[in-house]
Design a protein around this ligand. Structure first.
Ligand code: FE
Length: 250
């Protein structure tokens, strides 16, 4: 298992760390963006992968500095090991302001709690090295306080659970229709509603996207594949759209 370089230009690199997961824990991707020796780790994960993700992050930074920890939402596969990250680095962690009082229940030391910062609903920007990353709202997809991160240099949209797939054995989607069986159930059951999907699609269509990189499973590379995913997502009935089916027979 090796780190995969998704994009590299000058001092800017977008890295997908090796898949260190195993056993019952859901497969999860850890992404690292490095610009001019400064780094941001995205959704670093839980305790099972913590030490490996941390040491690979330091190895890739090569003496550079981890500036930010971006948390798309509050789930355990994203934030469970946050205390370790804050104790071993000087980085600032960012999550929706809806979650900053809940995440400390994973066990944040008093010394580091003030380095977990809340993002307002509209998102904003994060600067790493010479690059300004956009924090894009993705609320209710699936968490009520949920963000994606867009990198204008690589044109990668880090989409958290949107576009997540489980069970396939490839890194990039080449046949969208064949890929649906690995992501359809997840989106139908975890995402809140078609209204939320459409608001998100409208927002991200304003971005120039070459690659969608979810937190689980395979990547969508190239504008035709990105468009394929967006047009699928915005018409998908999910969550509240078929709430009645979740309650079983009367
Ligand atoms: Fe999640």
């Amino acid at each position: 298992m090796k780190t995969t370089t998704l994009f590299e230009q000058g001092g800017h690199r977008n890295l997908l760390l090796p898949d260190y997961g195993e056993g019952a824990a859901v497969q999860a991707n850890q992404h690292l963006i490095i610009d001019s020796g400064k780094g941001v780790i995205l959704d670093p994960g839980g305790h099972k992968v913590y030490s490996k993700v941390l040491s690979e992050t330091f190895a890739q930074l090569g003496g550079g500095k981890l500036e930010h920890i971006f948390l798309s939402h509050q789930d355990p596969d994203i934030v469970a090991a946050l205390n370790g990250w804050l104790m071993t680095t000087d980085a600032t962690a960012w999550a929706s302001q809806l979650w900053t009082r809940f995440i400390p229940h994973f066990g944040l030391d008093r010394l580091v709690t003030e380095r977990l910062k809340g993002l307002p609903d509209f998102g904003g920007t994060l600067t790493v090295g010479s690059v300004t990353l956009q924090v894009v709202p993705a609320h209710f997809l699936h968490s009520c306080g949920n963000f994606h991160l867009y990198d204008p240099v690589s044109k990668i949209l880090y989409s958290g659970d949107m576009g997540a797939s489980l069970g396939q054995d490839y890194l990039e989607v080449t046949d969208f229709d064949a890929h649906l069986r690995f992501m359809e159930f997840f989106h139908r059951r975890y995402m809140a509603s078609k209204v939320a999907m459409q608001a998100w699609a409208k927002r991200v269509r304003k971005l120039d996207i070459e690659l969608i990189a979810p937190q689980h499973g395979a990547l969508f590379r190239g504008k035709p594949m990105v468009e394929r995913f967006l047009s699928w997502a915005e018409q998908l009935e999910c969550g509240l759209d078929h709430l009645e089916t979740l309650y079983g027979p009367p």
